[in-house]
Design a protein around this ligand. Structure first.
Ligand code: GLA
Length: 374
């Protein structure tokens, strides 16, 4: 039969291109399968189940640009039960951000991640209602020449509108971010909000408005460099103590925990620091964990080992403190981390548990071991 077809020159003319097209289609299909195949076989039980044995929720970043990628989606939904919505809740975040104008709200980007997290039965933690970092604030706000009173009204409207919009859906809010590090000008930073509304009294007010907008949501005061004892964590401790006494509804302290691999905090110190906050009546939330290995002056293999031991120690600190509500990492794969956008000094940060090809690193195995232990 085949020789009949191929022997006929007219049919040959038709069949050869069809054959080529078919081969191309099959090749393409194989390539797509290889690229998108869930390439992982991760041990059972998943990390989230191990963490649940300690009463800890395990979080990771539901990145808008990656949740449709099969490997990312597979790891996020199988290993984690807390979805972080980071970046998109900032007032300005790329075109079409949350606050395009003084009276305008655009919920499209947040809605997409909320729907994704809900479909996957994940708790949702969103970052941030207020963050005094210039670059995430829109020009209409920064250049609007508003009075302090007008800015407080704008802030109120924002918190009320956004929190009410997601009432019953987003259950944890980072209400204020980095007010203490910025208030102390750590790394030369400053807090746009404090600078424009007359100091940090806005923090109390933000929590009060957030509570009014959703009485059930957990309200978190978030910052970096507050995982161990230093002037930042001391200032937060003193503030929370006084604010609680004034009746300000703060439910949690958020510890970003962007750990510098050259200066990892001492496990025991982190434990006692977490416990002193818990003694004030707030929960402890690790909100953005990662480990920047850029400046660690050792070979690549040794970097992996050191990073692994930091993941292990910090997970153990969270567990052994007995006051840690959740442990969330700011990304899954080294392919997509904020350090990749911070210039050459952090180009080799490789801060996460999976490498750029989604293979689990030592950090994953060490973290897993930490969760497996009682
Ligand atoms: C800070 C913020 C996060 C995230 C990271 C990286 O830590 O709290 O929301 O934006 O920076 O950009």
């Amino acid at each position: 039969m085949l020789s009949y077809f191929l022997g006929n020159p007219r049919r040959k003319k038709i069949l050869i291109p069809i054959g080529i097209i078919l081969l191309l289609c099959i090749g393409g299909a194989i390539a797509i399968t290889i690229r998108s195949k869930p390439l992982l076989f991760l041990p059972s039980p998943p990390l989230k189940d191990l963490a649940a044995q300690h009463g800890i929720e395990l979080g990771n970043f539901a990145i808008a640009t990656l949740i449709d990628e099969s490997s990312y989606n597979q790891i996020l939904t199988s290993q984690f039960n807390l979805a972080l919505i980071d970046n998109t809740p900032n007032w300005y975040f790329t075109d079409g951000g949350l606050r395009p104008g003084p009276t305008a709200y655009n919920f499209k980007q947040i809605d997409r991640i909320v729907a994704y997290a809900q479909a996957n039965h994940m708790t949702i933690q969103a970052h941030h209602l207020l963050w005094g970092e210039d670059k995430w604030l829109p020009n209409w706000l920064k250049n609007g020449n508003y009075t302090q009173a007008q800015l407080m009204d704008i802030m109120h409207d924002h918190i009320k509108t956004v929190v009410e919009q997601y009432r019953g859906k987003i259950s944890e809010w980072s209400v204020v971010n980095e007010a203490f590090t910025r208030g102390q000008h750590v790394n030369g930073l400053s807090d746009w909000w404090a600078d424009h509304v007359g100091g940090d009294a806005y923090i109390d007010q933000a929590f009060i408005w957030a509570r009014q907008a959703d009485p059930q949501a957990k309200l978190i005061l978030n910052d970096f460099a507050n995982d161990h004892y230093n002037p930042v964590s001391d200032a937060m401790y003193n503030y929370i103590k006084a604010a609680k006494a004034r009746g300000v509804p703060i439910d949690g302290i958020g510890m970003q925990m962007h750990i510098d691999g050259t200066h990892a905090p001492d496990k025991q110190e982190v434990i006692t620091n977490m416990q002193r906050f818990a003694a004030l009546g707030v929960g402890v939330y690790v909100t953005e964990f990662d480990v920047n290995m850029s400046a660690v002056p050792v070979s690549s293999a040794s970097k992996d080992q050191i990073e692994g031991s930091i993941y292990y120690n910090m997970a153990r600190a969270c567990i052994e403190s007995k006051v840690c509500h959740s442990f969330a990492e700011l990304g899954i794969t080294d392919k997509e981390t904020w350090y990749n956008y911070m210039g050459p000094s952090t180009a080799d940060a490789r801060p996460l548990m999976f490498d750029t090809t989604y293979q689990p690193k030592q950090a994953y195995y060490s973290f897993r071991t930490a969760l497996e232990q009682p």
